[in-house]
Ligand binder design. Structure first.
Ligand code: URA
Length: 195
């Protein structure tokens, strides 16, 4: 399911509005305990499927991990609309030209949609994936600036109502770092009685 459908014709970022094939809203289970936040939909992934973290290399690596952790009901990590037991979204909802990193202004323009989603889903565990997401999540949930993602990858940060577990971006992460993250998240999920 997708939660946010209010921004169907958003033009806050002219470059992104001109480049995108579609606006990629958050996707997954509305009552998810775990919510992953990426940077922006990829041009070979979400911009094609309309679903965050699908089809491209980052998406397939992430979906494979979700299957292993029981956060996806599927067995094929290449599905365009997987049946998920978690929620996937991005800081920025449109694919940037040439797949570039979104600017800080573009991120700020899009953040109200993310905060609305966080309130609706109300997950116990938030996973900022990469620096762009960490820079949004750390001040908002942990009241501190984000350290570089390489320093905090797979660490668990507690706050009032849950945890933040940052992850390096799946396009840039080694298999060993991905396995380490999966191990930490799996342990946290097993220890959380509500999940
Ligand atoms: N796909 C997404 O939806 N977000 C990313 O950050 C990367 C790939």
């Amino acid at each position: 399911m997708r939660t946010i459908r209010v921004a169907e014709r958003c033009t806050r970022c002219p470059d992104l509005a001109a480049n995108r094939s579609c606006i990629v809203h958050g996707y997954g289970a509305a009552d998810a305990h775990v919510l992953f936040i990426g940077e922006a939909p990829g041009y070979k992934g979400g911009d094609v499927t309309g679903v965050p973290f699908t089809l491209d290399r980052s998406g397939v690596r992430l979906q494979r991990m979700l299957i292993e952790l029981g956060l996806s009901h599927e067995t094929d990590p290449r599905l365009e609309q997987p049946h998920l037991h978690c929620f996937l979204t991005n800081v920025v909802r449109c694919n940037p030209p040439s797949n570039r990193t979104p600017t800080r202004v573009e991120a700020a323009n899009c953040l109200p949609y993310l905060w609305q989603e966080l309130e609706l889903v109300n997950p116990r565990i938030v996973v900022p994936v990469g620096n762009v997401a960490a820079r949004a999540v750390f001040p908002h949930l942990l009241d501190q600036p984000a350290p570089p993602i390489t320093r905090v990858h797979a660490q668990v940060f507690a706050h009032d109502s849950g945890w933040v577990v940052p992850m390096r971006h799946p396009a840039r992460i080694s298999n060993a770092d991905l396995a380490r993250f999966s191990e930490v998240l799996g342990r946290l999920l097993r220890s959380d009685p509500s999940s």
